[in-house]
Write a protein that binds this ligand. Structure first.
Ligand SMILES: NC(=O)c1ccc[n+]([C@@H]2O[C@H](COP(=O)([O-])OP(=O)(O)OC[C@H]3O[C@@H](n4cnc5c(N)ncnc54)[C@H](O)[C@@H]3O)[C@@H](O)[C@H]2O)c1
Ligand SMILES: [Zn+2]
Length: 351
């Protein structure tokens, strides 16, 4: 299946196959590099290794804590010592960490050379690999350093999900639910019925999520307007994720934090954006069915507000929210009071 974008294509297949090798054969790269983390090297790279005659593999340790300038420097050094040029290709084989950082490394090395995304987590397949946002973290400030640049192609291979830990799969599923909530009620109704453990419809689900995300980003690539709807759940969710990373031994995954953020922001939507109580209850029930309750009483409002104030999406010192008008329709740049945010956390706490 191909989802064509204005400057590149997104291919959805079960595994790396002739679609990929044919695409590659139409290009003329002087060298091919593959960036993996230790997990994707062991679990995903074998499906790709024989399809590319000669290549250099660069492997980094797994996890968000390695999405840093230090790891990026190591990648640039590997590219440099192996004489990468502006005619080389980097294949990012991994989750969002590999895609964001590998893309950033390729977009900046020698002022930029080609890269393709081969996402291996559900989160990266439905979200991170589409939309051209690339970057790294600065200390615990996520994605603070980065650029916008589209890849030359995206190859989504759904079989890679077979080895993905269930908790990671569930985390990525939060973004699938978000796509329904912000853009399409029928899609929401479809995905909110899914049993993640037994689901066999991933190719169709991923395709639909990719269509929604790419429809939004193609209309507003640099996030000056409409693209902000993809941030639904992320203003509070990101802050909770940051706090959890600071204080929890086993911190929340991105999608787990966003699920809490989506409940809180659905509450805000009901206060200021016209979401009905009925829709709020439906959203809350579905999210609570997929995600365990998290103890938010240990979160200080002060810390939460401080982190949200640093959000790079703010303008004129004001925290702006993307909020639901109804299931399937989302507004953006909406302001709420600190009391509303406090009440939203209390609402979550009481569930
Ligand atoms: N660019 C964007 O628009 C965008 C959007 C959303 C998220 N992101 C970024 O994505 C990152 C999160 O992505 P993620 O959740 O994919 O995290 P990740 O890349 O850290 O992957 C999660 C874990 O799964 C492992 N893994 C990956 N594929 C596997 C497979 N097929 N089988 C078994 N294990 C596998 C990884 O090694 C890692 O341990 C964050 O840094 C976030 O900022 C970017
Ligand atoms: Zn997200």
């Amino acid at each position: 299946m191909i989802i064509a974008q204005s400057t590149y294509s997104i291919f959805i297949e079960s595994k790396p196959n002739a679609v990929f090798t044919e695409w590659l054969s139409t290009q003329s790269y002087d060298q091919i590099f593959i960036l993996c983390d230790e997990h994707t090297e062991a679990l995903c790279y074998p499906a790709l290794a024989n399809l590319i005659p000669e290549h250099t593999i660069i492997t980094i340790p797994p996890g968000e804590s390695f999405k840093s300038i230090h790891t990026c420097t190591a990648i640039w050094e590997e590219l440099s010592s192996n004489l990468a040029t502006r005619k080389s290709l980097l294949i990012n084989l991994g989750g969002g960490v590999i895609g964001d950082m590998g893309g950033f490394a390729a977009a900046t090395f020698k002022r930029g050379f080609d890269f393709i995304q081969m996402p291996t987590t559900l989160l990266a397949q439905v979200d991170a690999s589409v939309g051209g946002k690339l970057g790294i973290d600065l200390q615990d400030l996520k994605n603070l350093i980065g650029v916008f640049k589209n890849p030359n192609a995206v190859f989504i291979c759904t079989d890679f999900l077979q080895t993905l830990p269930k908790r990671q799969l569930r985390s990525g599923f939060a973004e699938v639910l978000k796509h329904g909530m912000i853009y399409s009620k029928p899609y929401w109704q479809q995905v909110s019925q899914i049993d993640i453990d037994t689901c066999t419809e991933w190719p169709e689900i991923i395709a639909q999520s990719v269509r929604i995300k790419s429809a939004v980003v193609e209309r507003d690539p640099l996030e000056s307007g409409l693209r902000k709807i993809l941030n639904f759940g992320h203003t509070i969710g990101h802050a909770i994720e940051t706090i959890s990373l600071r204080m929890d031994e086993d911190p929340l995954l991105h999608g787990e934090a966003i699920a809490i953020g989506m409940i809180c922001e659905a509450y805000l939507s009901a206060q200021v954006a016209g979401l009905t109580q009925e829709a709020l209850t439906e959203i809350t029930n579905v999210l609570m069915r997929y995600f365990e309750h998290y103890d938010v009483s240990k979160i200080s409002m002060e810390e939460l507000m401080e982190i949200m104030a640093q959000d790079k999406k703010n303008e004129q010192q004001q925290i702006r929210f993307s909020l639901l008008e109804s299931i399937g329709a989302c507004g953006y740049d909406l302001l709420v009071t600190e009391q509303h945010i406090h009440d939203a956390l209390q609402f979550y706490k009481g569930l």
